[in-house]
Write a protein of this length. Structure first.
Length: 132
């Protein structure tokens, strides 16, 4: 992963080995897939949410299924907590994940309830070394 790729990852992002990210702003975490996953997937043609607003989810629980022209990818929650919102724009514009995964292509927002889990996630520099 080159320097340009590292610059794509928001400095405040925490990432998983399965290429999900979490960005925490105050008490709300926004979750999506990293640009590495988005690049490997290619064009996302459909998004199926596997959770609902108000639902409590566990770290590692499936939160969405992304369908591409070449297959499917299950997205897992990097943290335990309550789902606060789903990015419903993705139902009509799933390709946003591919083009703007850290911006408008986020998948869900949650209120994390297990801070220790967040400490185990990778900072951008560690993630960059992991995918190199």
């Amino acid at each position: 992963m080159g320097k340009r790729d590292r610059e794509l990852i928001p400095a405040e992002a925490l990432l998983t080995e399965s290429h999900e990210y979490l960005v925490l702003e105050q008490d709300i975490a926004r979750i999506g897939i990293s640009h590495v996953a988005a690049d490997k997937l290619g064009a996302v043609v459909a998004v199926e949410f596997q959770v609902e607003v108000g639902q409590n989810i566990e770290q590692g629980e499936a939160i969405a299924l992304l369908e591409t022209e070449s297959g499917e990818l299950e997205v897992f929650s990097p943290a335990t907590g309550e789902v606060l919102g789903l990015n419903l724009q993705l139902e009509s514009e799933p390709e946003v994940i591919t083009h703007d995964c850290y911006g408008d292509g986020w998948i869900l927002e949650m209120s994390p309830s297990a801070p220790a889990e967040l400490e185990a996630l990778m900072l951008p520099e560690r993630y960059a070394a992991f995918v190199d």
